[in-house]
Write a protein that binds this ligand. Structure first.
Ligand code: AKB
Length: 321
């Protein structure tokens, strides 16, 4: 069958994807790689290799040596950090993808998962219920790289029949590992601060709605999309998937039901402008129709999971629920 290679395995999504892949396929069927050395206690039992996806020779040798058939390419610079690292964001987000697509074109791997993002949409896209096919004029470095990446995935599929599958992830909320450098990170930070300090200073305005999703739904969507018969898919660019749409005010109110002393104040910065250029909700009817995508977590269920999860992960946190 061939093994699964996760590139960027120590990041927010990689950490949990490795866990689920090993549960489904077995520890010896998954190889974890990251540019940073292995973190203590992370991915125990799974082969971990330090690897830079931009080193195409090392990547090709790992694929060959460990008989990799599927690659999950999660290494990327996210929206906020990319704004101050234009060149390295473009380099990693584009050339990392090229290196993997080239291996697939040469038949060295069979299937690729590459995450796109709601960041492909921009100020000229429909704000509400943004459709799968839409005007894509992103005005962020990250969004430009993701929308170009979608074009390349489609090109490699059309031209070379590369099996590359993709999802436009919304903001992903999780407690097991922290996001790093995104605009939607506020929706994770808010939980940690609410539990530790009962207050949060939010860098996004009160009423800015963004598409979001709980991690378990995102991981399930990723694996379902990779497992589905190729013939059922109508696009190899990237699927819209939707779950939640909320504002900082909504989530603060929900947190207050568990932490009544919680206070939020607003101090918008450059990330607010990025957030305002993105849709507030997206239309995912194609994913629902093609491969039966359906979310399980709503705002209530997610909030409870986050609060319980952070508390049980962190012994220093005072118990207020
Ligand atoms: C970010 O905020 O940059 C990411 C994303 C929406 O892709 N979470």
């Amino acid at each position: 069958m061939g093994k699964k290679l996760v590139i960027g395995s120590s990041g927010q999504i990689g950490t949990e994807l490795i866990h689920t892949l090993t549960k489904i396929y077995g520890e010896n069927q998954v190889v974890a790689t990251d540019i940073y050395p292995k973190q203590e206690g992370k991915h125990d039992g799974v082969l971990f290799l330090k690897m830079d996806v931009l080193d195409s020779i090392h990547l090709a040798s790992v694929v060959k040596e460990y008989e990799i058939s599927e690659v999950y390419l999660l290494a990327a610079l996210l929206s906020a950090v990319s704004e101050s690292k234009i060149k390295s964001a473009w380099d990693l987000n584009m050339n990392g993808l090229f290196n993997v697509l080239e291996l697939a074109r040469q038949g060295q791997i069979k299937k690729v998962f590459w995450p796109s993002s709601i960041a492909v949409f921009g100020p000229t896209s429909p704000k509400e219920n943004s459709p799968q096919q839409s005007i894509l004029e992103p005005n962020t470095v990250y969004g430009i790289s993701k929308s170009a990446g979608e074009r390349w995935c489609d090109y490699y599929h059309q031209k070379f029949n590369v099996d590359v599958r993709s999802i436009r992830y919304p903001g992903i909320i999780s407690y097991k590992s922290l996001p790093g450098g995104g605009t939607t990170d506020y929706a994770v930070d808010i939980f940690h601060e609410a539990i530790k300090h009962q207050r949060y200073s939010c860098f996004i305005e009160k009423d800015v709605y963004l598409p979001m999703m709980y991690m378990d739904d995102a991981i399930r969507a990723t694996i379902e999309l990779m497992q589905v018969e190729k013939s059922t898919l109508s696009t190899f660019k990237s699927y819209n998937i939707a779950a939640l749409s909320f504002s900082p005010d909504d989530i603060a109110k929900e947190i207050s039901t568990y932490i009544p002393d919680f206070k939020i104040n607003y101090s918008p910065d450059f990330r607010n402008k990025i957030a305002k250029s993105w849709p507030s909700s997206i239309n995912d009817q194609d994913a629902r129709k093609d491969w039966g995508w359906k979310q399980e977590f709503d705002l209530k269920k997610m909030t409870l999971k986050m609060i319980e999860g952070i508390k049980s992960n962190n012994s220093l946190v005072s118990s207020s629920i």
